[in-house]
Design a protein around this ligand. Structure first.
Ligand code: ATP
Length: 360
């Protein structure tokens, strides 16, 4: 049985705004789940309903087999880390870490043992006597995480906990948080708008937009089997290239070049005759030149960016644009005309109206 279950959860704020629609999700014990999506999509609202900080307007939330809608945050046995973690400025790291346990009336000896355990996991041992103002942003963030894990609760909720850190600290904390979550066996729900964080940390990702779940899946599934244009464009950097156009006699044209869509096994050309579709391919899913079993496209190089491990090539293809990711050794001249090939199986086709995937 799932450990956490959200069934048809809705949030309608008192002003009438419907922020979350029919949210369904089952989470296994020990899973690391990431809610991701653009600002305002309802991630924090959903997390706050799970935490008990926000009423559930409609639907049922279960912890184990117990309906938990009416439980207080404390009864839910959760720990939370927010974006704006507030450490007590007048307390040392030791006291900040132990504060929650002190309030609960836990023995000093036990507190000491737990503080030392957490400090060890988070590399804070040598800072235990310091006040927060004498710590770096990353160290403060670790104290905030430590305060949450010290309670050894079963459920760990985090809302953009790394957003105040610089890029390098974020990378380090990303793996630290995943490691801690896994080693403590906690079930974690982590909110971010950063797709890289989602991809690197999650067992499963929930992609949201405008209060609706778009897709739930492993990072691999979301990347290679996106359900719709939104997910395909949201996951991946640079994002998937999309070219819109009409199907005529089973042919789709990119920059005037005919692509015979009958090469795509799941695409029913007759169903889409005269209709608009979206042709998608990832920047790295190409080869330069004209290859077998591929759609061949010609275009003009507008700009190249050499990034070290690859070069991003910005292409003009008549009215359309695309980004290609290639080996820096093959970087073409700006303003030259080049051909590239997209293997049939690496092309995604989406319905132009619903934007749902047809083949890919
Ligand atoms: P962000 O990444 O910006 O935090 P989010 O995906 O977490 O975004 P939420 O904070 O869940 O989004 O907000 C979802 C929607 O609900 C937004 O449009 C927001 O303006 C709205 N909203 C949030 N709180 C309230 C409130 N108390 N009353 C009315 N609407 C609200």
């Amino acid at each position: 049985m799932a450990y956490l279950k959200l069934k048809e959860i809705n949030k309608i704020y008192p002003n009438g705004f419907h922020a979350v629609h029919n949210f369904n999700l089952e989470i296994e014990k020990g899973e690391f789940i990431v809610f991701v999506g653009p600002s305002g999509c309802g991630k924090s609202t959903t997390l706050r309903m799970i935490a008990g900080l926000e009423d559930i307007s409609k639907g049922d939330f279960y912890i184990g087999d117990k309906r938990a809608n009416e439980l207080s945050p404390r009864q839910r046995e959760i720990a939370m880390v927010f974006q704006s973690y507030a450490l007590y400025p007048q307390l040392t790291v030791y006291d900040n870490l132990g504060y929650g346990l002190t309030l609960e009336g836990v023995d000093e000896d036990v507190i000491e043992e737990k503080v030392n355990w957490v400090a060890d996991i988070l590399g804070l041992t040598e800072y235990l006597d310091r006040l927060p103002r004498a710590l770096s942003g990353g160290q403060r963030q670790r104290v905030a995480v430590g305060r949450a894990i010290i309670r050894k609760v079963g459920i760990f909720l985090m809302d953009e906990p790394l957003s105040n850190l610089d890029a390098k600290q974020r990378v380090t904390m990303r793996s630290e948080i995943s490691n801690i979550a896994r080693s403590t066996g906690a079930t974690t729900i982590y909110v971010t708008h950063d797709q890289t964080e989602a991809m690197t940390m999650a067992d499963r990702i929930v992609v949201m937009k405008d209060g609706y779940i778009q897709q739930v899946g492993s990072p691999f599934e979301l990347y290679f089997k996106p359900a719709n244009v939104f997910v395909a464009g949201f996951i991946g950097e640079p994002p998937m290239n999309f070219i819109r156009g009409k199907v005529e006699n089973g042919i789709f044209r990119i920059g005037g070049e005919p692509m015979d869509l009958r090469k795509k096994p799941k695409f029913d050309a007759s169903k889409y005759e005269g209709k608009e579709i979206v042709f998608g391919f990832r920047p790295e899913a190409i080869e330069l030149g004209e290859k077998e079993n591929s759609f061949v496209v010609n275009g003009n190089v507008e700009l190249t960016e050499m990034l070290g491990d690859n070069t991003n090539v910005y292409m003009n293809i008549n009215e359309d644009r695309a980004i290609l990711k290639i080996d820096p050794h093959d970087t073409p001249e700006v303003d030259s005309n080049i051909s590239f090939s997209i293997p049939y199986e690496r092309v995604y086709l989406f319905d132009g109206e619903t934007e749902m995937v047809i083949d890919g």
